[in-house]
Design a protein around this ligand. Structure first.
Ligand SMILES: [Zn+2]
Length: 214
């Protein structure tokens, strides 16, 4: 089932709660440009810095908020959640010559976690060692379809029913689906990770590390 098919069944707690939202805006739905998730419109303006509807971004925040109350989810799955969301909301058009930094970080994170079994802490350490993108990094083409699951599935299995185990299972399945959607770039991402991480082992970064945009 497509996540969008379930959108009308959203419980009121997940309805955007912005007091100033107009009735006109509240009456429609939005479709997230990154993941395709349809949710009731909140009236919030889209943020041009991210390829996500404001409603999808808000739901992602709610999912992260649920996880923050559970130490095991924070420790084991926070990084995977961040990387899955960023990879699923990669921009279709890339400005300039450099890949979007958040996307490259996210894909290397998914590769390390899902193909190599790295922990969240290990992925974060790898991100710190990656440095800034330069022209040697591959241009990673965003797939036309970003996976059959969305952050809505994580919310439905976890936060909406107060299930830590459901959240954990859904995050892993969602991240795996997103990573599969990027199959055409798996080899390029693995090569990038190998090169960047092999060259920087045990060496501190020469300048403050950029933080991925989340
Ligand atoms: Zn989305």
């Amino acid at each position: 089932m497509q996540a969008s098919d379930r959108a009308p069944a959203l419980t009121p707690v997940w309805t955007p709660r912005r007091a100033g939202a107009s009735l006109v805006a509240m009456s429609g739905t939005t479709t997230c440009p990154g993941c395709g998730l349809r949710l009731p419109a909140s009236g919030l303006p889209p943020d041009p810095r991210r390829n996500a509807s404001p409603e999808c971004w808000q739901l992602y925040g709610e999912v992260q908020g649920f996880a923050l109350h559970h130490l095991g989810l924070v420790r084991d799955l926070h990084q995977l959640t961040v990387d899955a969301y960023a990879a699923q909301h990669a921009p279709r058009e890339v400005d300039g010559d450099l890949p979007a930094i958040s996307v490259a970080y996210a894909l290397v994170g998914l590769q390390l976690a899902l193909d190599r079994g790295a922990s969240g802490g290990e992925v974060r350490a790898a991100h710190q060692r990656m440095g800034r993108p330069d022209r040697s990094w591959p241009r990673l083409a965003t797939p036309a379809r970003s996976g059959a699951m969305t952050v809505f599935d994580v919310a439905a299995a976890g936060a909406m029913v107060d299930s830590v185990a459901g959240h954990a299972t859904a995050v892993r399945a969602w991240a795996a689906a997103v990573w599969r959607a990027w199959a055409a770039e798996h080899a390029a991402v693995a090569a990038l990770a190998d090169r960047l991480l092999a060259n920087t082992t045990d060496q501190p970064p020469s300048e403050p590390c950029p933080k991925p945009r989340h």
